[in-house]
Design a protein around this ligand. Structure first.
Ligand code: SF4
Ligand code: SF4
Length: 183
């Protein structure tokens, strides 16, 4: 019997985040991203009413959408959606038009002036092919991110999502994001 196709996704528990940015640094090192750019980033906000205020941090990255707006507008096919759910950019086919940057509702892409191409998080596909986790997942000291296969009912990811205590961001954009935030 053929193996079931994988469908990669991620759960993020922002409450655990201590804003150390180890994920950002690890991603830069793993994917040779210069200091001026970043694939994952941190959303920082102040919540509450004075004097009871608290800082809240939420890691962000490409949401590996099921119906990616970036792929729809790409004129060359450089941006494409893999069968395992990961949205990737083939640098060799990217002409740097940046239509995908405008289309993405999550602002998850950036233009590499030095290479003339658009770049974003790809869940470290090269690491997945070696049986490793994405660099941000492996590095985080607070274990904020849980990465896994939605089609594997025994995965930690599936177990967390079955609790239904999660939400996706900007569902109204209609792109089917696959980063789930625990409430
Ligand atoms: Fe937050 Fe983990 Fe990133 Fe540190 S490594 S900033 S704890 S998500
Ligand atoms: Fe594309 Fe943006 Fe969705 Fe990532 S978050 S798949 S760049 S539309």
């Amino acid at each position: 019997m053929a193996a079931r196709p994988k469908r990669y996704a991620m759960v993020v528990d922002s409450k655990k985040c201590i804003n150390c940015k180890a994920c950002v640094v690890a991603c830069r090192a793993e994917n040779s991203v210069p200091l001026a750019y970043s694939r994952p980033w941190m959303n920082e906000e102040t919540r509450g009413v004075w004097p009871k205020l608290m800082a809240a941090f939420a890691p962000e990255q490409c949401h590996q959408c099921d119906h990616p707006a970036c792929v729809r507008v790409c004129p060359t096919g450089a941006s494409h959606h893999r069968p395992d759910g990961i949205v990737v950019v083939n640098e060799a086919e990217c002409v740097g038009c940046r239509y995908c940057m405008i289309a993405c509702p999550y602002d998850a892409r950036f233009f590499r002036e030095d290479k003339g191409v658009v770049e974003k998080c790809d869940f470290c596909v090269h690491r997945l092919e070696r049986g490793q986790l994405p660099a941000c997942v492996e590095t985080c000291p607070s274990k904020v991110r849980v990465f896994g296969d939605l089609n594997d009912p025994k995965s930690k990811l599936a177990e967390l999502l079955s609790d239904r205590q999660y939400r996706v961001k900007k569902p109204e954009a209609g792109t089917g994001p696959q980063i789930y935030y625990l409430i």
